[in-house]
Design a protein around this ligand. Sequence first.
Ligand code: HOZ
Length: 434
Amino acid sequence: MSKSLTSPEWFDRAQLSIPGGVNSPVRAFRSVGQSPRFIARGQGSHLWDEEGCEYIDFVGSWGPLILGHAHPVVQEAIVKAASSGWTYGAPTTGEVELAEQICRLVPSVEKVRLVSSGTEAVMTAIRLARAFTGRDLIIKMDGCYHGHSDGLLVQAGSGLLTNGLPDSAGVPEGYARLTLSCPYNDTDTLESLFQQYPDQIAAVIVEPVAANMGVVPPLPGFLAALRRLTQTNGALLVFDEVITGFRLALGGAQQVFSVQPDLTTFGKIIGGGLPMGAVGGKRAIMDQLAPLGPVYQAGTLSGNPLAVAAGRATLAILEQNPAIYLHLEQQASWLAEQIRSASARNSIPVTVNRCGSLLSLFFCPGPVNHLEQAKTSRTDRFSQFFTSMLAQGIYLPPSNFEAWFLSAQHSEEDITRTAEACATSLQELNSRGM
Ligand code: HOZ
């Protein structure tokens, strides 16, 4: 029998056939000076790598797994759907029921189009906004990440921020010039952009809770100001709820902060961990989409039956168990408090930002309300912290600028062990004089 490979050996092998050895840059562990763990299995809140090491998982596939790994009800829904075939390129009843479910749960959404990823959802939202308003410019917030389409990589968060890239090669300059960028939580700059470009701005797109430069919640009144300024200036407001949708509440961040956008993009949780995205919003805007209207959008696997089955099962469980949100809130808030007190005990200045079950830790005194403040985090400290946490069996996102995701399966024991590991890691930083 051939000897099984370790994760580093798999990584060496992967780099021969996959650029950088990974199929998405955020998986590469580069910024934390390690090589990625190759995952063999996930169950509930835990992961096992190829070497059989067990971890408490706070990545959760970067957000979709609010119910944890291999939830039996979701698994059964996928298996049942697969037993009838898995793609037809023709409508299915499940798509209609999922669309109805989304429209019911998110009041600003009157119609929804299913696509295969958050990136696609955002591309479609921007195209719709341009067609609907007859304008070309869009405004995005520095440090927000809206997928990897041309035009949305300007001052973007996530892997670009982790790797120190201001934008991406290969995006024509003329195209990037159509994207104006504005600091998050800065209403004055936004107002002046509207003054500078009157009647030219099609949309403002924002993560209502930024979660790709670490977690940065909106300051009181920020989202309401976006709503007011877009309305006054004839632009659309697009909430990218790919991360926050169905995570902060059934109605997403827009429910939590009581601000209704014109368009919303979804991903992650709506597919229950299978590839799925969606764009939804007001009927008059959504009806611009082909085949009704002139805005073209299409996809061979859009509304894929397996993804629809996983998404419907996930949303149904969340809808039937609203206590999940309270549980997540309590677990995450307790963990955040524990990290804050461990940081004080060890004299390592840390800012823990949190919103619901999303949290992240910046190695700076804070506050962290926008990208420039996020960038003051001591990423060298984060790397040490990450390495120590991994050694203690805690699998965090391998970047200082990605959110930690809690799931409904994280037990009290998981959270207590994680808090203890954080305290140990901070103590190690202190004793190394870092
Ligand atoms: N958007 C996620 C990171 N913030 C994960 C997707 C990816 O880039 O792999």
